[in-house]
Every structure is written in structure tokens, then in C-alpha cells.
Design a protein. Structure first.
Length: 172
């Protein structure tokens, strides 16, 4: 019986590790991947009690970051996202998707890190699923026409985001 309980705990820990971008069998993509996919509809209530949508930010590049407070890589990449969001304010839209998280903890996190963009509440995980994310963190870079041009699987950096956004902003 103890063996079964220990096996269950190990399985749960491994699932959490993979869900948060750590380790795995190698089949899952990692890093920056160029894609050409339509952006699914993205809208919903935000952590601050408002509403946000990707459609409201149409016509300019958009960064969508799927995150949770319980995800270590999400916390490590957050300063880069905040820096880039502030640097590109008015030229690039930003939306967070707070994945299956405690709303009070997520609101505190956004306040403590001074996140300058809204995050859609995804209590069920359905929104992230619709965006096609395999694990956290996951970032989508969408062009002004509404096409997902890049996916970043796992943790990103300010340099990586800036490079991709500069490419999109300078394209004809």
C-alpha cells in the first residue's frame, strides 16, 4: 500500500515538473519555434475584474504568455516580460493567461512584479488548451494580422522577445 502511495506521489511530481517546463522525455518542443497558425479567439475575465481580448489589440503584434504562480520558470521569466512590455508599450500588445491558479496569489504576483498588462483568468485550463500549450511557461508571438508567428516553449528572455518583436515590427 505504501508503494502505491509513493508511486502516486512520484507520478504527481513528474506531471507537475513536465507541466512547468522541466525535464521530460524529449518529445516536447523547447525554445523558439517559427510557426504560421491562426490565432484562436482569446477573451475573458481578467485578474483585476475587467475583461480583455486579443481582438481588442488587433492590428499590432501581440505577446500572449501562459503562466502560473506555482511555476518556477514562469517566475524567472516574468521580469523579462515586464521589461519588454514596458519598452514596447503602445507598439506591441501583451496579454497574460493565468493557468489553473489561485486568483488571490496571482493578483499579488502581478502587483508585486508590477505587471503592466492584464491576465485572463483560466481557472479550468480550457483557454490554455485552446491555445495549444504543452506546458508552462508558454508564449505566443502574434503578428498584426492575427497569425501566430512564433511559439516559445519554456522560459524566455528579454533578448529573445526583443529579437522576435523587432523582426515583426520591421517587416513590410
Amino acid at each position: 500500500m505504501r508503494h502505491l502511495a509513493r508511486s502516486g506521489a512520484v507520478a504527481a511530481a513528474l506531471a507537475l515538473l513536465v507541466a512547468c517546463g522541466g525535464g521530460g522525455a524529449g518529445e516536447l518542443p523547447r525554445g523558439l519555434v517559427e510557426v504560421d497558425e491562426p490565432m484562436p479567439a482569446l477573451a475573458g475575465p481578467t485578474l483585476d475584474g475587467g475583461r480583455a481580448s486579443a481582438a481588442a489589440l488587433a492590428g499590432r503584434p501581440l505577446v500572449v504568455n501562459v503562466w502560473a504562480t506555482w511555476c518556477g520558470p514562469c517566475e524567472r521569466e516574468l521580469p523579462a516580460l515586464v521589461t519588454i512590455a514596458n519598452r514596447y508599450r503602445g507598439r506591441v500588445g501583451f496579454l497574460g493567461v493565468n493557468y489553473v491558479d489561485d486568483a488571490a496569489a496571482a493578483r499579488r504576483w502581478e502587483r508585486d512584479y508590477r505587471v503592466p498588462y492584464p491576465s485572463i483568468v483560466d481557472a479550468s485550463g480550457r483557454t490554455a488548451h485552446d491555445l495549444g500549450f504543452p506546458y508552462l511557461p508558454h508564449t505566443l508571438i502574434v503578428d498584426g494580422a492575427g497569425t501566430i508567428r512564433y511559439r516559445i516553449f519554456g522560459e524566455t528572455t528579454a533578448e529573445q522577445l526583443q529579437g522576435v518583436l523587432e523582426r515583426l515590427l520591421t517587416e513590410p
